[in-house]
Structure formats: structure tokens, C-alpha cells
Design a protein around this ligand. Sequence first.
Ligand SMILES: O=C(O)CCC(=O)C(=O)O
Ligand SMILES: [Fe+2]
Length: 236
Amino acid sequence: MNVLKLKAVSEENPNETVKRETVDLGNGSDVVYIQRLIPSDQSWKWFHYLDKHIPWTRPTIRVFGKSFLQPRDTCYVATPGLTELTYSGYQPHAYSWDDYPPLKDMLDAVHKALPGSSFNSLLLNRYNGGNDYVGWHSDDEKLYGPTPEIASLTFGCDRDFVLKKKPCKKSCDGSDEPASKRLKKGSHDADQHTFRLRHGSLLVMRGYTQRDWIHSVPKRAKAEATRINLTFRRVF
Ligand SMILES: O=C(O)CCC(=O)C(=O)O
Ligand SMILES: [Fe+2]
């Protein structure tokens, strides 16, 4: 697949770096957002490849003891021999990177943007319009360790990605004020952040983001087009 485009940009403008924003969420959690990591034409090529070739499924999952059809399509890819992933009572089949070679080019592009990273698993999600969504959750499964770096690459329709601070039993800021008292004061703006995830963008959650925050991609009546999202993770 064509990753030459990425190279060409940096060769033409060796001093030009891709713009990245870091949002410090406090207490050792932060998020990095790179709005234009993958050029648009390359992103569309990858979008169409993924849409057509990935063996998408829509599994039944269990949430709070009830069975639901997951409100989006999914697929899982992992290096052989890793601990298996289970979420919401569902254990996806782990496909191999070799089954879908362009995934390795996407992985390379993400590794290049995040020096020192080494992802070995990938969860893919496809949202077929604004009724598809992912509800509030954190990716805090044990197999990712206490401070996972999770890199989220988006193709297709723009959607909002919302991060919200978990209510904590004891104050998260170290004071002894109980959560119930603090919640009565209303939540602060700093407790919620929305990122408009664009075609070709990369969002990275780091540090204690999974321990202290939840995230979602809410339903959006106006989002009609398909969105494909890839979250790269390292299983320890
Ligand atoms: O689609 C997204 O942007 C997020 C997906 C997600 O949170 C997940 O797969 O755990
Ligand atoms: Fe997630």
C-alpha cells in the first residue's frame, strides 16, 4: 500500500512537523490529538479497503446482565500468542495482521507518529451512520496494564469523541471531600472534553486515562455517512 505519500510530505518540507495538541487531563492522564496525520487521499484509500475487506461482525454483547446487539460493526486483529481479549462477555476471534497487509502500513504510520510505541493488537469499529455508537466505557482491561497507550485512527465521517471524568468515591484531587458533595456543586468543564475526530486523524489516550476517565462516541442524528475507527493497543 502507498505510504509514500506520508514520506513525500516530510521530504518536501523537512522542517514541517504534523501539528499535535496535547490536553493534560490532570493526575497523570493526557490525550494527544493529531488532526491531520494521514493525508486525505490515502485515508480514503484505506477507508475503502477496510470497508470492503475486513470481516465485520455485529456481535451480541452483555451489559448490566442484559444481552444487546452491539451498536456498531467490529473486528479484532492481534499478534498470535497474546492473552485473548474479552469485553462485555464477548471474546472476538483474533485475526492475523498477515490476513490484511494494509493494516501493517497503518500500524507503521501510527508507530512513526508515536516514537517508542509498539502496538500488537487492534480493535476495528465501523459506524454505519449516526445511529451507531459506542456507549460510555473505559478500556481498562487487565491485559493492557495500568497505564495503556491507546491510539485511535479515524477514517470517513467526522464524529464526536467525548471523554468524561469518572466519579470517584474519594476525591481524585487528594482532598477528603466526598464525591457526593462535590457532585452536588455540578461538574466542572474540566471534567468533560469533546474532540471532533476527523478523517485521517489520530487521537492517543495515555497515562491513567483509562483508570480515571470514560469515553464514548454518542449517536448523532446528522451523521449519515460511515465512519471506521481503529484503536491500536499493546497487550502485555
Ligand atoms: O470509535 C472510537 O472513536 C472509539 C472506539 C472505542 O472507544 C473502543 O473501541 O474502545
Ligand atoms: Fe474505547
